[in-house]
Design a protein around this ligand. Structure first.
Ligand SMILES: NC(=O)c1ccc[n+]([C@@H]2O[C@H](COP(=O)([O-])OP(=O)(O)OC[C@H]3O[C@@H](n4cnc5c(N)ncnc54)[C@H](O)[C@@H]3O)[C@@H](O)[C@H]2O)c1
Length: 263
């Protein structure tokens, strides 16, 4: 039996990057998918690609901005209307913001990062938990970051928002474990997605590939991670197999966050 056979899984930020990689892995594992993103073009392309690769997969797409409460309610309502339940929630949509020192950080960008990464994750849980409570079953996987367990230079709002994700994950686990709802977070390191490619462009606009290989030298594995490597951890956490792992923030970073000094 496939790990997510007939499970209804909602994925936010599903248009590209980690969300899309998880959508593919979930389709491979038999899930019914509700894909959410505010980039409609990316969302349509994601659906098209998934249908070609997994013709038997049932997929709906919902254009919504996770930082707007009414749009979160909409994607939850539309998913329940289409599939009747929500078994798993990959609460993934997020942005990095711009790189700047704390005292110089643009306030508008700061608020935007908090609105999407913190409030968006909170709204998602706020509307999906009651449905999982009625079912007395659910799996929630929030996306933090190594920036949710460590400081990261020049990324104050990102680090603040991702620490908050890790904190909210602990609270959801404490408050709803008795209802069969298991909540965990992942803390990816640098994974090669469009978001990280943009960060390397900001670090070295003339030669982003150089910035990428310099960064990889600080990782015990001497390479960046791949979206599929994160997706396989997410599928485990969305499946029955994770039944006694609750409230954890699991680093998927090649071990880099354990280092003190050079490796
Ligand atoms: N890639 C990494 O190395 C890495 C590391 C740590 C954490 N993360 C986290 O993983 C998540 C996904 O990152 P990624 O690298 O795949 O990014 P990405 O930019 O490649 O993809 C993110 C997707 O989310 C969507 N999105 C962004 N804001 C949204 C909003 N307000 N409403 C709806 N959709 C929205 C985008 O349109 C995009 O399709 C983010 O939360 C990010 O912080 C990524």
């Amino acid at each position: 039996m496939k790990k997510l056979e007939n499970k209804v899984i909602v994925i936010t930020g599903a248009g590209m990057g980690l969300g899309l990689a998880a959508a593919k892995e979930a389709a491979k594992n038999g899930a019914l998918l509700s894909l959410v993103d505010y980039n409609e073009k990316a969302l349509n392309e994601a659906k098209q690609g998934l249908s070609e690769e997994y013709p038997e997969a049932k997929v709906i797409t919902i254009a919504a901005d996770v930082s707007k409460e009414a749009e979160v309610k909409k994607y939850v309502d539309e998913t329940v209307k289409a599939f009747g339940r929500i078994d798993g929630f990959y609460n993934n949509a997020g942005i990095e913001g711009k790189q700047a020192l704390m005292a110089d950080y643009d306030l508008e960008v700061f608020r935007k990062v908090i609105d999407i990464n913190l409030m968006g994750v909170f709204y998602g849980m706020r509307y999906i938990i009651p449905i999982m409570q009625q079912q007395q079953y659910g799996r929630i996987v929030n996306v933090a970051s190594v920036g949710g367990i460590r400081g990261v230079m020049n990324q104050t709002p990102y680090v603040a928002s991702k620490h908050a994700v890790s904190g909210m994950t602990k609270n959801a686990a404490l408050e709803y474990g008795k209802h069969g709802i298991i909540t965990n977070a992942i803390a990816p390191g640098a994974i090669l997605t469009p978001m990280v490619a943009e960060a390397f462009r900001q670090v070295n606009p003339d030669d982003p590939k150089k910035a990428e290989s310099e960064y990889a030298q600080f990782n015990p594995t001497k390479r960046l991670g791949l979206p599929e490597e994160v997706a396989r951890v997410v599928i485990f956490l969305l499946s029955e197999d994770s039944s006694y792992v609750n409230g954890q923030t699991i680093a998927v970073d090649g071990g880099q966050s354990n280092a003190y000094g050079f490796v």
